[in-house]
Structures are given as structure tokens and as C-alpha cells.
Design a protein around this ligand. Structure first.
Ligand code: NAI
Ligand code: MG
Length: 326
């Protein structure tokens, strides 16, 4: 079976870490067909469009998309790409690795963030010179499909249920609906949950991240709290993510184009390669996915390392070391 993978390197170090990811995927005897497409600042300057229609259509039809990073056009590219695959959940693991300086080395979390609504509904208005408003949208259907995904995600021995993070004590209607829906689905499926108010979560995760494992949250809370967790594990440079839809998905590192180091061949490919591990798992190649995770982890611990982790290796050196361990 051939898997069509849309490849969108984008700008800056996206152009450097995306080939590394392809090399990793090509090291497996799996039938991938890679189709490259453009998006971002460079193609905007050339054509007037940050996300050309053919790139959107490709992401909407490919089995999965690997996306590097884009610069100032990030919002114009990423949000439509998520829409292209109807992504209702953003999976963001935040895990500290041996050999990498972390504020909280014991951190090992996975955020399952609602990816379509909340305060990112886009329903903003400037009513008067003085007043602007935003409509926060929460639907039972979106909360339900997130909850069902979360229940599947924690099935098996590895996880004991999940935490529901919300602020239903203040946003009674919207987060009330979110919390009740997620809780009901979990109860029906016999999945254990606990609830944490999102502000309290911010404090507790800093003081003692080990009390959390899988965290299910509304859109903005997931965005902010997963970046906070990124700080606990040593920065954004190592974090992968997946935008999952009902039939396709987009995989991308959490980091941006790193203009300060772009073009030098020294970007750390780890986040992008960990994103390919998520892609492999999504396509059902669990052993291969675990092998990539292990190879990245061993390389982070034993080296070689790129400059962001105190080493002097190039993107290619690190990629080669990871592939050698596969
Ligand atoms: P950034 O993630 O690009 O860089 C932040 C810092 O982390 C920089 O010092 C950078 O050198 C370092 N860094 C990030 N990834 C690294 C890697 N793989 N290896 C080594 N060092 C790495 O975030 P910043 O500077 O806020 O944004 C730069 C540009 O990227 C902006 O134009 C922004 O709009 C865009 N951006 C795009 C995103 C995306 O496409 N998903 C996400 C975040 C930012
Ligand atoms: Mg963010």
C-alpha cells in the first residue's frame, strides 16, 4: 500500500529539517510517495499567496502532511492547513529527555488540545472605537469528538485516564459544556478522569509535573499550557506535534523558522524527526514509530548534538546519527 505524503518544508530551517525527516522515513521499507508543495513567506513574495490552492488541495487529499515551518505567514498557512484535514485535535507531547537541560526533567506530558473553536473561533468584532468583542464558541459535537479521541488515546496500560483542564467555574456555559461533555464520554467508556482549573494547572504543572500525564483542554488553554510545558522540558526546539482529523493529519515541529540560525545547516532536526515518529504511528507503523523515538532519545543523550543543545554537530550529522541507530 502506497502512502501519499504531502511535504511542505516552508521557510527558514523548515527547509533544513524537512529533508532530515524524509531521510528517516526513507530508511524504512515502507512505500511512501512524497509530493512536495510550497507555502510561507517565500512563496507569498513570489506569487502573492502564502498558501497556494494546490498546496491546500494536496494536504486535503494526501494521507498525511509533513509541515516544516513558515515565518510571518504562520497564521495564514497553519490555520487553513488544519482546516484542510478537518483537524479537531492537536496532540502535543512535552517530554524531557536525558542529556537535555530541563527545568523539570521529570516532565512527561501529552496535551490533547481542541483544535477548532473556543476563543479561536475567529468571531471578533470592533463594535465601537472603545469596544471590541470576541465570541467564544464551544460545541457539544467538537467536545465529544475530542473526548472520544482522548479515550482511545489512553486505552491500554500506559495511561491511567486523563485530566480535564477547564475554567468552568467562571465560563459556566462554554467550559461547562466542554467539561460535562468530556466527562460524560469518559464515564460512558469507563475512563478515569480528574479535573483541574486551568490557572491552577499552570502552577501545579510547574511545581510537580509528575502528577499529570494526558491533559485534555480547550483550544487557547492547550496552546498556552503546552508552551508552558515546553519551557519545563528545555524549550520549543525539541517538541513535535500532530493535527489529527477524521481521515488525515498534519505533522509539524512546534518551533518556527529560527531566522537567527537559518541557512547555516545547524538546526536541530529532533522536533521534526519526532513529528515523523508521530506520523508513522498515525499510519499504523507502531514499531517503526517507537524505533524513531528511541533513536532520537539515544542521540539526544549520547550525541552528537546541535548548537542549541551545546554541541557543534550539523543537522546532517545528527540526522545520520539517528538513522544509524534505527
Ligand atoms: P522559533 O521557534 O523560530 O525560534 C525560537 C528560538 O529557538 C530561536 O533562537 C531559534 O534559533 C531556536 N530554535 C527553534 N527551533 C530550533 C531548532 N530546530 N534547532 C535549533 N534552534 C531552534 O520562534 P520565533 O523566533 O518566535 O519565530 C521565528 C519565525 O517563525 C516567526 O516568523 C514566526 O512567525 C514563525 N513561527 C512559525 C511557526 C510554524 O510555522 N509552526 C511556529 C512558531 C513561529
Ligand atoms: Mg502556540
Amino acid at each position: 500500500m502506497t502512502h501519499e505524503i504531502a511535504v511542505i518544508p516552508g521557510d527558514g530551517i523548515g527547509q533544513e529539517v524537512t529533508p532530515a525527516a524524509i531521510e528517516v522515513l526513507e530508511s524504512f521499507p515502507i512505500d511512501f510517495e512524497f509530493v512536495e508543495a510550497e507555502a510561507g513567506d517565500a512563496v507569498l513574495a513570489e506569487t502573492g499567496e502564502a498558501l497556494p490552492q494546490e498546496t491546500y488541495d494536496l494536504a486535503a487529499s494526501a494521507d498525511a502532511t509533513l509541515f516544516g515551518a513558515v515565518g510571518e505567514t504562520a497564521a495564514d498557512v497553519i490555520l487553513p492547513l488544519r482546516t484542510a484535514v478537518d483537524s479537531f485535535v492537536n496532540i502535543r507531547p512535552a517530554k524531557a529527555y536525558p542529556g537535555v537541560d530541563a527545568v523539570r526533567p521529570e516532565t512527561d506530558l501529552v496535551f490533547l488540545r481542541e483544535n477548532t473553536e473556543g476563543v479561536y473561533s475567529g468571531l471578533e468584532d470592533r463594535l465601537t472605537q472603545d469596544v471590541s468583542t470576541l465570541t467564544r464558541v464551544v460545541t457539544e459535537s467538537a467536545s465529544k469528538r475530542l473526548a472520544e479521541f482522548a479515550c482511545d488515546y489512553v486505552a491500554g496500560d500506559e495511561h491511567d485516564g486523563f485530566s480535564i483542564v477547564h475554567k468552568a467555574n467562571v465560563m459556566r456555559e462554554t467550559d461547562g459544556l466542554f467539561r460535562d461533555t468530556v466527562r460524560d464520554v469518559a464515564e460512558e467508556q469507563g475512563v478515569e478522569t480528574n479535573e483541574v482549573l486551568m490557572d491552577a494547572f499552570a502552577t501545579r504543572v510547574c511545581l510537580d509535573p509528575e502528577q499529570f500525564d494526558v491533559v485534555v483542554c480547550p483550544n487557547l488553554a492547550g496552546d498556552v499550557l503546552s508552551d508552558l510545558a515546553a519551557g519545563l522540558v528545555g524549550g520549543l526546539g525539541l517538541l513535535p506535534s500532530a493535527n489529527i482529523g477524521p481521515e488525515r493529519a498534519v505533522f509539524e515541529p512546534v518551533h518556527g523558522t529560527a531566522p537567527d540560525i537559518a541557512g547555516e545547516g545547524i538546526a536541530n532536526p529532533a522536533a521534526m524527526i519526532l513529528s515523523t515518529a508521530m506520523l508513522l504511528e498515525y499510519l499504523g507503523y507502531e514499531a517503526e514509530s517507537a524505533a524513531v523515538d528511541d533513536a532520537v532519545e539515544a542521540t539526544l543523550e549520547e550525541g552528537p548534538r546541535t548548537a542549541d543543545l551545546g554541541g557543534d554537530a550539523s543537522t546532517d550529522d545528527v540526522t545520520e546519527a539517528i538513522i544509524d541507530r534505527l
